[in-house]
Design a protein around this ligand. Structure first.
Ligand SMILES: O=C(O)C1=C[C@@H](OP(=O)(O)O)[C@@H](O)[C@H](O)C1
Ligand SMILES: C=C(OP(=O)(O)O)C(=O)O
Length: 445
């Protein structure tokens, strides 16, 4: 599968009536990329079951291979392929960390926040120079605090004083580690990246956050939980302080949960069409932020049931706007904003100033594109205010942001002729999104 796909516009299909669909989803991007890093830095080999195979996770696998780990794809036909009727296969990955991490290497992080923040600490453990770069917009995503932190922990990094991509990590085969303080209000990944490699630091790690609140708390809980599952000793009992003891990481089998953030648009379709959507394999307990969809969609008027078949969301005639602080679950914003533009009343989404540093400035992008279809959205200092208004068709620009494609698809359910620009960019986390969307829509009517 190519890591980037040719640019192609896509007319988002209008729903002919209420959908009534059961969908399955591929694995979580966040869990897959954490498992890959933990597997490549552990002792012994690991197997990653039901991983996400998308641009972001393939970039991570390539990067780790470039540093000397073996990442082998094992293919097996899975139930998921049948459920979506697509000729695809669910893959597992076998990871063998190899004898040692080594450079020289050149690494492409694409536009993946997880790769650009999780990989530099691994590069510091490698022996040799590791040059790291990404897509044009990746150079604008926040990196300074993790580069400074790595330097304070003993790494040598040449970034030409930019505090951003591109840069070269001059790996020396190990890192001292110790205590460091940083401001991670721009992205939780700045902390997760340090924590994931910390068991390999000679002195382990104590990382302290100082500044406005760190976003995406569930993703930090995910980092801590997966480190512990891999054998690391982590103390997160003090707010904004994380301590990881040196050593302990062992290869293991990972079973990746379905990507619950990628459930947002499918479950949202139940609300928009007044139908019913079940997402299979919804975990009873999870650290994924997408689990918050249960409460958020209920708040908008959906009937939500978690049962043995998965999570079922039912819509009725119309649905309410949403007033919510989304700091913990920022990546759900694009789809929630699209729903808000179609709701019966106004919405106010706050706590998400950090979305300006995501794949694009998501606050600006959502305002421009919703308003471009005739909507009424405006930026707040830390969020969005959206008042529903009748919308018309038009081009929906996506800014290389997979979740803008998903937002455009949701609007297109109700608004004829929404032309989603460069739909292939959705391959960042869900390469066969349009097929899955069409399969869901065959149930409408
Ligand atoms: O650690 C992770 O896997 C992620 C953390 C979050 O990043 P931010 O804290 O930068 O929002 C989230 O938005 C991103 O999609 C995935
Ligand atoms: C913010 C996101 O991604 P990234 O991992 O690139 O930060 C996202 O998937 O919504």
């Amino acid at each position: 599968m190519p890591l980037s796909q040719p640019e192609r516009d896509w007319v988002a299909p209008v729903a002919r009536g209420p959908v009534d669909a059961a969908v399955t989803l591929p694995g979580s991007k966040s869990m897959t990329n954490r498992a890959l890093v933990l597997a490549a830095t552990a002792s012994g080999s690991s197997r990653i079951g039901r991983p996400l195979a998308s641009r972001d996770t393939r970039l991570m696998a390539h990067a780790l291979r470039a540093l000397g780990a073996d990442v082998l794809e094992v293919e097996a036909a899975g139930p998921e392929a049948e459920a979506v009727g697509a000729a695809e296969e669910v893959r597992g990955w076998l990871v063998d960390p190899g004898e040692r991490l080594r450079g020289p290497a050149e690494i492409d992080v694409g536009l993946a926040g997880t790769v650009m923040r999780f990989l530099p600490p691994v590069a510091a453990l490698a022996d040799g120079d590791v040059a790291i770069d990404g897509d044009p917009y990746a150079r604008r995503r926040p990196m300074g605090p993790i580069l400074d932190a790595l330097r304070a922990l003993g790494a040598e990094i040449d970034d030409g004083g930019r505090g951003a991509l591109p840069f070269t990590v001059r790996g020396r085969g190990g890192l001292r580690g110790g205590t460091v303080t940083l401001d991670a209000s721009a992205s939780s990944q700045l902390i997760s990246g340090l924590l994931l490699s910390a068991p390999r630091f000679e002195q382990g790690l104590e990382v302290r956050h100082e500044g406005p609140p760190v976003p995406s708390a569930p993703h930090l809980a995910m980092t801590v939980a997966m480190l512990r599952e891999a054998g690391a000793t982590v103390d997160d009992s003090e707010p904004d302080v994380w301590r990881v003891a040196p050593g302990g990481l062992k290869g293991r089998d990972w079973d990746i949960e379905p990507d619950l953030s990628n459930a947002a648009q499918f479950l949202g379709a139940a609300l928009v069409t007044g139908g019913r959507v079940t997402v299979g394999g919804w975990p009873a307990e999870t650290t994924q932020p997408g689990d918050a969809l249960r409460d958020l969609l209920a708040e908008m008027g959906a009937e939500v049931d978690l049962g043995p078949d998965g999570l079922t969301v039912r819509g009725g005639s119309g649905f309410r706007g949403l007033t919510a602080d989304l700091r913990d679950v920022g990546e759900l914003t694009p789809v929630l904003a699209a729903l808000a533009a179609l709701a019966d009343g106004p919405s106010r989404l706050t706590g998400i100033a950090h979305l300006r540093g995501h794949e694009t400035d998501r606050l600006a992008a959502l305002v421009a594109e919703i308003n471009g279809l005739g909507g009424d959205a405006r930026e707040l200092p830390d969020g969005l205010e959206i008042r529903p208004r009748p919308l018309r068709g038009g081009v929906f620009h996506t800014y290389d942001d997979h979740r803008m494609v998903m937002a455009g698809a949701v609007l297109g359910l109700a608004v004829p002729d929404v032309r989603v620009e460069n739909v292939g960019t959705v391959g960042k986390t869900l390469p066969d999104f349009t097929e899955r969307w069409s399969a869901m829509l065959t149930t409408a009517g």
